[in-house]
Ligand binder design. Structure first.
Ligand SMILES: [Zn+2]
Length: 179
């Protein structure tokens, strides 16, 4: 397994565990040459996962590429590489757990932003500027103002679709109509 940072082939496994969905073994490896860490997945003939870009082009999902984008967005911020790695791991686990063969790039971007926003506002806005391709300064300002209005940790949970409806008196109505 070639180190993605320096190309050396000698590395050691520093951590090994099953992914959330139990379909893959995730291994953290450390390069014996440069000391950097990277992740490999062992899985049973998993179908490749493609990211579909806005213009319709498909590109295989790349853990390293997504991590690279996060590293750029968080340059000179106080985010550790392991925090960024955890974001990418989490997203990859969610996506692969779905067993879908493709995912729109915009959705991947939104998943990153959702997680980045909780950790670092500046990195979030930088990442958003790339993923949302702000049309102009106004567009960017709207995103920044939204961050200022809803600092990390204060945003409400996204509304869940209620399973039951209530009638005029507030009684729960069962939606189980089929039987
Ligand atoms: Zn290396």
């Amino acid at each position: 397994m070639k180190c993605p940072f320096c190309g050396a082939t000698d590395n050691k496994v520093v951590d090994s565990r099953e992914s959330e969905t139990g379909e893959a073994i995730r291994r953290r490896r450390q390069c014996l040459s440069c000391g950097k860490r990277f992740t490999t997945y062992e899985r049973i003939e998993a179908p490749p996962l493609f990211v579909v870009k806005k213009d319709g082009r498909r590109e295989e999902f790349s853990h390293q590429k997504l991590l690279g984008g996060l590293l750029v967005a968080s340059k000179k911020r106080e985010l550790s590489p392991s925090q960024l790695e955890a974001i990418v791991d989490d997203i990859e686990n969610v996506l692969r757990g779905r067993n879908a063969s493709e995912v729109p790039s915009l959705e991947v971007g939104e998943m990153v932003m959702e997680r980045l926003r909780e950790l670092d506002e500046i990195a979030y806005v930088r990442f958003a500027s790339v993923y949302r391709s702000f049309k102009d300064v106004k567009d960017m300002r709207a995103t920044i103002e939204d961050v200022l209005a809803h600092p990390p940790g204060t945003r409400p949970e996204p509304p869940r679709r209620p399973r039951k409806r209530r009638d005029a008196e507030g009684r729960e109505l069962s939606l189980d109509l089929g039987k």
